[in-house]
Design a protein around this ligand. Structure first.
Ligand SMILES: *[C@@H]1O[C@H](CO)[C@@H](O)[C@H](O)[C@H]1NC(C)=O
Ligand SMILES: *[C@@H]1O[C@H](CO)[C@@H](O)[C@H](O)[C@H]1NC(C)=O
Length: 365
């Protein structure tokens, strides 16, 4: 009898001290097509209508959802891991956003559209990061009440919220590069882009965000789109380990280095916030370097969906257009359509964010 009581106490203590990690009770997501779960499609998708048709959505949903993939995205897997429903798109009306909202819009840039208009570069959408932040500000009063005082409803609510800030910024380079701007010119945008992202992070912390996950840019020199559009005959333009375009990866690394140092500064300024860097760059390089380890048996440089060519990417005949075809098993590919990743790849990234292998601070505590 005594033993039973004792073991009960021990078990209870054990259970208590090893209690399961606190789950987030809501998620707010900002960004571009790597995180958009429907806003772009709801807006009309004139710039890229194919996302509204199969094979987009073929894997998990079995119908198009506005996600630029065959299935779920990183944000979906994070929501699932927290026991939350998949985030509703902010522009989907009549939704209850108490458990989170997704403000990301495919094609979104960190910088405002005026910047690109001035340099003569067309965009897919004008819903840049500042618009998405404004949407959040508009939604906020319906989420929680925010009068004065330290322990307001909002501060309690947002303490348990995860803010996914990005990936954002990649399109600030993608659109100008595809439009023919020089790498030198595009590289000169980087400090401005990073500063804009840092300001967004700061603004969210001032609104009460405590847990912020900030992804860096992908190694774009490894993506079929860039491998196709920037193909050269010069062997030394490719790294001999992974056969990616060195200069384009250097652009992404420069962005990521500045972003990481901006995050360090923000951490000092806002010690109450947990601002976490998500290393999408290293994640993808791992996939490219050891594809079979991650199940990418069909390789990492050819897109699953496209209309042929060395990397199965053609800008004038993209995935979903007439004549394009989809691979038999998307889960064996890293790249879905030449720019975006497969559900399988997003799942690996999400796992690495949740277990800490792709973040510089633990996401789950
Ligand atoms: C963005 O705004 C500009 C200026 O108002 C407009 O000319 C352009 O068509 C818009 N682009 C999109 C994709 O809506
Ligand atoms: C890309 O697609 C267009 C339109 O279908 C076609 O005319 C062109 O030959 C393709 N380019 C390559 C390199 O396959």
């Amino acid at each position: 009898m005594k033993l039973a009581v004792l073991s009960f106490i021990i078990i209870s203590f054990f259970h208590f001290s090893h209690s399961s990690p606190q789950k987030f009770t809501s998620i707010f997501s900002f960004g571009n097509s790597l995180a958009d779960t429907g806003n772009f499609l709801i807006l009309g998708a004139a710039a890229y209508p194919f996302v509204g048709h199969l094979p987009y959505g073929i894997t998990y949903f079995h119908h198009p959802t506005g996600r630029f993939s065959d299935g779920r995205l990183v944000v979906d897997f994070i929501a699932e891991s927290q026991g939350l429903p998949l985030l509703p798109s902010y522009l989907a009306s009549h939704e209850n956003f108490r458990q989170g909202a997704n403000f990301a819009v495919a094609g979104a840039t960190a910088l405002d559209p005026a910047f690109f208009q001035e340099i003569g570069v067309g965009l897919w959408t004008n819903y840049s990061l500042s618009t998405q932040l404004r949407w959040f500000d508009e939604l906020k009063p319906s989420l929680c009440k925010t009068p004065q005082g330290l322990f307001t409803e909002c501060s309690e609510y947002f303490k348990k919220s995860l803010f996914l800030v990005g990936e954002i910024g990649g399109n600030d380079y993608n659109f100008p590069l595809v439009a023919g701007k020089s790498l030198a010119e595009v590289t000169s945008f980087v400090p401005k882009v990073v500063q804009t992202i840092a300001e967004a992070i700061e603004r969210l912390t001032e609104r009460g965000a405590v847990n912020l996950l900030v992804p860096g840019n992908l190694p774009i020199g490894c993506l079929p789109l860039y491998l196709t559009l920037f193909a050269t005959m010069e062997k030394e333009d490719y790294d001999d380990r992974n056969w990616c375009l060195i200069k384009l990866n250097n652009l992404a690394r420069y962005h990521n280095e500045l972003l990481k140092s901006a995050i360090k500064q923000l951490r000092r300024k806002h010690p109450e916030a947990r601002i976490i860097y998500a290393d999408y760059y290293s994640a993808l390089l791992q996939f490219v370097h050891s594809p079979r380890h991650f199940g990418f048996y069909s390789g990492t440089q050819k897109a699953c969906c496209g209309s042929g060519g060395q990397y199965n990417f053609n800008l004038t005949a993209p995935c979903g257009s007439e004549g394009s075809h989809v691979c038999k098993d998307p889960s064996t590919y890293l790249s879905w359509d030449g720019l975006h990743l497969t559900e399988a790849a997003y799942h690996h990234i999400a796992n690495g964010l949740l277990d800490g292998s792709f973040t510089d601070l633990p996401l789950i505590i």
